[in-house]
Design a protein around this ligand. Structure first.
Ligand code: MN
Length: 128
């Protein structure tokens, strides 16, 4: 199933890798390098899922997530945090902030797309 995905990530190499892996599987990918740009793009493109970095300049990922989850339409889009904060408790912090999922960096290119597709599938089943 082809999906539209939005990546909010400030590191160009990470954006490139995620986009490469996802477009390779036929998904349509949009990239934003800051939270505010990501929020604007989310409204514009209404993605099926958002991949959100937590360590972002200007506005961190938790703040972006709060904005997403307070928005009447955007709050329905599943958000998967993709973050290198390896400290224990960070996963819970992301889930508490409203994320549907959490993928740790560095990502594993062999399993990353599969993980993302699991979250897409889960959100589809939730709608039905
Ligand atoms: Mn970052």
């Amino acid at each position: 199933m082809k999906s539209r995905l939005l990546i909010i990530e400030d590191n160009p190499r990470n954006r490139y890798l995620l986009t490469f892996l996802l477009t390779n599987r036929g998904h349509e990918v949009f990239e934003a390098e800051t939270g505010p740009i990501g929020l604007e793009m989310a409204i514009e493109i209404n993605p099926n899922l958002i991949l959100l970095d937590i360590q972002l300049p200007e506005m961190d990922g938790y703040t972006v997530m709060r904005h997403l989850k307070q928005h009447p339409e955007l709050k329905l889009i599943p958000v998967v945090a993709v973050t290198s904060y390896a400290m224990s408790g960070d996963r819970q912090k992301c889930l508490d902030a409203g994320a549907e999922g959490y993928i740790e960096k560095p990502i594993d290119p062999a399993t990353f797309v599969f993980e993302v597709e699991q979250y897409l599938q889960a959100s589809d089943e939730g709608v039905r």
